[in-house]
Design a protein around this ligand. Sequence first.
Ligand code: GDP
Ligand code: MG
Length: 141
Amino acid sequence: MATERTLSIIKPDAVAKNAIGDIIARFEKAGLQVVAAKMTHLSEEKAGGFYAEHKERPFFKDLVGFMTSGPVVVQVLEGEGAIAKNRDLMGATNPKEAAPGTIRADFAETIDANAVHGSDSPESAEREISYFFGNDEICPR
Ligand code: GDP
Ligand code: MG
C-alpha cells in the first residue's frame, strides 16, 4: 500500500476534555506520523468553507456552531494507507455506532460532537490539507 497523507482535526469537544495527547498517541501507535500540526480557533467562514460539501444539510448550522465553539488541533498524518487507517481508528460518525476501542467510541457521546475529523478520500485529503497548510509547513521525516 502506498504512503499517503490525510487531514485530521481534533474537534473542540475532545480538546475541552484534555484528550489531545491520548488521541495523537493512537495515531502514532498505529504507525501514522504527525508531519504538520497547529492549534487554532476556527472562524465561521473557515469552518463553513471546510465543510462546504455539507452546506445544504439540515445539520450544517449546528456543525459550524460546534466547530467554532472552541479551539481545535489540525494535523497532517502520514503513513501507509493513512486515509483508511485514520478512518478505522476514528470509528463511525455516530459514536453510538462506533466499534469498541475506536476514538469516537472512547471520546465522543453524540453525532454532532464526535471528537475527530478525518479525510474520507485522496481527493478530500488533498483539498483539506491545502485548506490548512502550505507546503512549507509540512515536515516529512
Ligand atoms: P464524518 O466524515 O464521519 O465526520 O461524517 P460526515 O462527513 O458525514 O459529516 C461531517 C460531520 O457533520 C460529522 O462528523 C458530524 O460532526 C456532523 N454530522 C453528520 N451527520 C450529522 C447529523 O445527522 N446530525 C448532526 N447534528 N451532525 C451531523
Ligand atoms: Mg466526512
